[in-house]
Design a protein around this ligand. Sequence first.
Ligand code: GDP
Ligand code: IMO
Ligand code: MG
Length: 428
Amino acid sequence: MSVVAVLGTQWGDEGKGKIVDYLAQQAEAVVRYGGGSNAGHTVAVNNQEYKLRLMPSGILFKGTLCVVGNGVAFNPKDMLAEMDAMIEKGVDVSGVRISNRAHVVLPYHNLLDGLMEEAKGDAKVGTTKNGIGPCYEDRDSRIGIRVCDFIDEEEFAKRLKENLELKNKVLVKLYGVEPLDYDTLLKEYQGYARRLKPYVCDTIALIQDEIKAGHKILCEGAQATMLDIDYGTYPYCTASHPVSGGITVGAGIAPRQIDKVFGVVKAYCSRVGEGPFPTEQLNEIGDTLREAGHEYGTVTGRPRRIGWLDAFVVRYAGLISGIDYMAITRLDILDGLEEIKMCVGYKYKGEVINEIPASLKVLAEVEPVYETFKGWMTPISGIRKYEDLPVEARNYLERLAEVTGIPLGIVSVGPNRDQTIVVVDDAF
Ligand code: GDP
Ligand code: IMO
Ligand code: MG
């Protein structure tokens, strides 16, 4: 097996970074295929934490190629800040490769993201204000600036001028704010381009060569299924495709080249930002889990909304992305609960439904069907073998596998790399 994907099955922050870092021990390359600095992936080794936004989570392994694919909304300033922070911690960043086809996030994207949210008032999405939507909008309007143009001084100067003329009209006339200054922006970003140029290449050719050489490649999803622009809770979603289909268009890997897909499933649910969340617990349970799990956004610091595990959503994610194995994370956060619930389906107007409703009006009214499980009430972070997990924990996981129809592959019992139980050793 040479191409393995790791992606989110819920509303993000499932622990994709941790699972990618774990599997990256065996990989020659790790590829991000979508999203941008809206992602916040945490990797922990020996209690040292690394917070990654654009940097693929294979960076802690010297010699591993860390590819920012063409599907990424690429913010050069954030990338350089991340690279500098890594270098300061003694991490070798020479394996970084940036796609010449990725679209560049510029300050007007961030600005417009915030202004658009403000203008929407109560209907705001609750974005991370990283300019992700506006950057992909420019790509789809065919006015975006790609990395290949960004590192070409003449081309960048020309395209920035054209874009800024347009964006300044929107900023001034529509939103009534100050325009951005062309010369200042050009100078600052030309500096970033010069620093990043050595890392830029045709990553499509690079990845295809890696596959041909039989090397092991990990595709790292950002965001998650329920935040996908088509499959998620539209319009309360991001602007890219976190599902496995996104790998094909965001990294240049053909569907048939994807050998295996791991769906990362947090043992309960969380959501940041607005939008429907059927199993949300706006009560003591939600508060307890938020504190036990330190559920505050990596990127924005916002308190995350908390709910019971929604196996109906995970099943849906499994179908869309062809998930072969679940990687369960944060099971240890449930250690102190006497009773745990899992949503195994939805009812609408008293009737069981078979699909996740497209209409948000309907989704807001569904009634989760819960099953209740006895908690294990004992710390599990030190356990390294599946059969050593308390029987109550195994019951919970095995029922999840049954409801979703997806087998267990990995169970994570703590943030650190070694706090990982391999249930089926079948990644590569
Ligand atoms: P991502 O965006 O999917 O990569 O997830 P985040 O990094 O935003 O959030 C997951 C958080 O959970 C991070 O702080 C991880 O270090 C942490 N984490 C991952 N797996 C586990 C686990 O099994 N147990 C605990 N306690 N923490 C975990
Ligand atoms: P990782 O990769 C959780 C959410 C935002 C908002 C919506 C749109 O760490 O799991 P955007 O800035 O993308 O336009 O915001 O999507 N969101 C995330 N929530 N984890 C993430 O990434 C997210 N990336 C975006 O909170 O609701
Ligand atoms: Mg995150």
